[in-house]
Every structure is written in structure tokens, then in C-alpha cells.
Design a protein around this ligand. Structure first.
Ligand code: NI
Length: 262
């Protein structure tokens, strides 16, 4: 496969410590055209930007994951704002609400979710949304804050068909990864069938959520063809069409339109 656009990975993770560069240099030759590396904590913002500076096909999303928001202060948030203006920072994320890991108070998560949404609005960059066990609160906040004016992606989508359609109506893309290859992922398969291919983007969330047959192992973008195959079967279109359409979607999502299929 060629022209695969990986919209969500964490290659600065320590799991890649030993072979990071050896892995990343293979991507252009293996059909991975572009990668957006997603920051998730204060510490991962500079490491994400460093990867984007080192590789021309890697871009950065700058933001703080809901479970890490307890480390944010006014002072370090001004650094986040600064780093989010890096020329290769294409989005604000991953940000949102996570009630699965209850280590950060919900009120703290909500406060910094709103602040980071407002940062994206100010910088005119799309949102990379993380929502886990917090579907209603995430949607309520996104509606109240008029995020349909900002746009972005709901990463690793794991909610109902109805909610997927609602996000699509708000102009958001739906991130689909390795989970779609799992036998028990009935609802996600229904989501993929229910929404237009024009609203789906490919992601791995590497090093997590490897597709079958690598389930449970370290994930990487080279496994995206398994996700492409699963989507092509669910949508009854060719793998080539899945790659081409999701590539175009990802360029529009991250506002790299001028570079589509260059
Ligand atoms: Ni992630």
C-alpha cells in the first residue's frame, strides 16, 4: 500500500527507545506517507516536536491528555501555547475527558479541556479529542463551546453509532484503528458502516492497540494495512479507495490540503 496517512501515534514513547530511528526511517519506503505524532503530557510536547523537526513526514499535535492535566499551571500552560505555534504543530491534542483512569479530578480535566479548546480556537488549529468513559460530558462540553467552529478528530472512537453521526454532523472526523480488527468490536464495525468513508481517518495510537494478528504487541504504523483491510470489507470498497479517501480526509483534517498526494 502507498499513501497511508497515520493520524495518531506516539513514537516518542519509551517503548520505541531501542529502535525508534531504525523503525521511522522505513516508513516512506513502506507506504506510510505522513504521520502525526501526538503529545499527551507536558514532557511529551518537546519530544514530539523534536520528531517533527527530525523527519519531514512527521507532524506534531501539541496538547495535554486529560489524565495528565493535574500537572498544568498558568505558567507551564503559556509554554504549551508557545509550542503549539511551532510551524509543524498541526493540531491541539490529545485533549478531552477520561473517567476510566480516575487519577485526575473531573473538574480539573474539564477546566483544562476548555482552556485547550480555546487555545485551538485562538490558533486556528483542529482538535484531537480523547474521550474515554466520558461520552456525554465530552459531547456536552463540545456543543456548549461550539467546537463545530473549530473541527478536528475524535480519536480511537469507542461510542455509539448515534454519537458518531452527531460528531460527523458537527464536522468532525472519526479516528479508526486496530480495534476495528477485533472480533468483539461489534459497535465500532457498525459505526464504520454507518458513517461516510469521507469522515474516517486511519490511526494506530502506537504503541497501543495493535490490530489482529498483533493484538497485545507493540503497535506501529506498518500495521495500518490490517485496519485498511477491515474497513474495506465493512464498506464494500477496495483497499485502494480506503487509502486514497482517508489520505485526503487526513490532509483536510490537519489542513495540509495543498500537499495531498504530493
Ligand atoms: Ni493517543
Amino acid at each position: 500500500m502507498e499513501h497511508v496517512f497515520e493520524t495518531h501515534a506516539h513514537y516518542d514513547d519509551e517503548w520505541f527507545e531501542e529502535d525508534r530511528d531504525a523503525l521511522l526511517v522505513q516508513f516512506p519506503g513502506q507506504g506510510i506517507e505522513k504521520v502525526v505524532n501526538i503529545a499527551a503530557s507536558l514532557a511529551s510536547i518537546p519530544t514530539t516536536i523534536a520528531l517533527a523537526e527530525q523527519y519531514d513526514y512527521i507532524y506534531a499535535a501539541v496538547g495535554v491528555h486529560p489524565s495528565e492535566t493535574k500537572e498544568l499551571t498558568e505558567e507551564n500552560f503559556s509554554l504549551v501555547r508557545e509550542m503549539a505555534q511551532h510551524p509543524k504543530a498541526v493540531a491541539v491534542g490529545e485533549i478531552g475527558l477520561d473517567y476510566y483512569w480516575d487519577e485526575t479530578e473531573r473538574s480539573v480535566q474539564k477546566y483544562w479541556f476548555e482552556r485547550q479548546i480555546e487555545l485551538a480556537r485562538e490558533l486556528k488549529k483542529p482538535l484531537v479529542i480523547h474521550s474515554r468513559d466520558a461520552a456525554k460530558d465530552t459531547m456536552d462540553m463540545m456543543k456548549a463551546l461550539h467546537t463545530e467552529e473549530i473541527g478536528g478528530v475524535i480519536h480511537c472512537f469507542s461510542n455509539s453509532v448515534e454519537m458518531a453521526k452527531e460528531y460527523v454532523n458537527m464536522g468532525f472526523y472519526i479516528g479508526v484503528g486496530g480495534v476495528v480488527t477485533f472480533k468483539n468490536a461489534r459497535v465500532l464495525k457498525e459505526v464504520v458502516q454507518a458513517i461516510p468513508l469521507e469522515r474516517i481517518v486511519l490511526e494506530t495510537d502506537s504503541p497501543y492497540l495493535a490490530p489482529v494478528p498483533y493484538r497485545g504487541k507493540r503497535n506501529c504504523s506498518l500495521y495500518l494495512p490490517y485496519v485498511v483491510t477491515a474497513i474495506s470489507e465493512l464498506k464494500q470498497v477496495s483497499e485502494e479507495e480506503v487509502v486514497q479517501v482517508t489520505n485526503k480526509n487526513a490532509h483536510q483534517l490537519y489542513r495540509l490540503e495543498g500537499e495531498w498526494l504530493n
